[in-house]
Ligand binder design. Sequence first.
Ligand code: C5P
Length: 230
Amino acid sequence: MSDSKIIVALDYPTANAALMLAQQLDPQRCRLKIGKELFTRSGPAVVETLVKQGFDIFLDLKYHDIPHTVAKACVAAADLGVWMMNVHSLGGGAMMAAAREAIGNATDRPRLIAVTLLTSMDQNTFEQIGLQGTMTETVLRLAKLAEQSGLDGVVCSAQEATKLRIQHEQKFQLITPGIRPIGSTQDDQHRTMTPTEAIAAGSSYLVIGRPITAASDPMAALESIEQSLA
Ligand code: C5P
């Protein structure tokens, strides 16, 4: 198991492309995130292969269903040997608690985190689905619900991290995407933070995709981020 704060987003359409990138990285120096596209195309096999290679895997499938179904999906993910998985907090407290109970209490159990509001959600969409109040208040409320339901943390933007860190102690993990090292392109991300800024804002783990995966030397890009954090 790695002690790295860096989770590399393996956003690839095929297992081959994902495995080729992983080959260029050191499992002691980063963890990997597998999301819906790669998982839907390549299935559990790519997760199992990377786990066998020694990588800690964050399975980012954002489960959201009735409590029983989500609990069973979480057990299935735990059986794959993943290090971290997530559910969508809008599924409610009973769903999150069922998921948490299902993965048990062994010391090597996977970490279970929640998505609060997707950062792609704007005020219009927020109101369209009948949510009220401000989006920030809602993120804080959903994060509190996740903690009360026994979850280990939430995915959040680095901008939200400062406020969440006031509400939650250090052991509640904040996983932040939208990270861009100084000098790298923004791509389609808005309101990004550098790795150093995100950690200072209270982030526990940084999800970083293209600044590492699109680099001509991914390991060198990872090392340069490590050095900026040292
Ligand atoms: O390449 P990049 O660093 O932008 O990748 C960020 C990763 O984090 C992608 O897998 C993206 O789907 C994910 N993510 C995000 N913003 C969120 C939640 C997840 O960028 N709010």
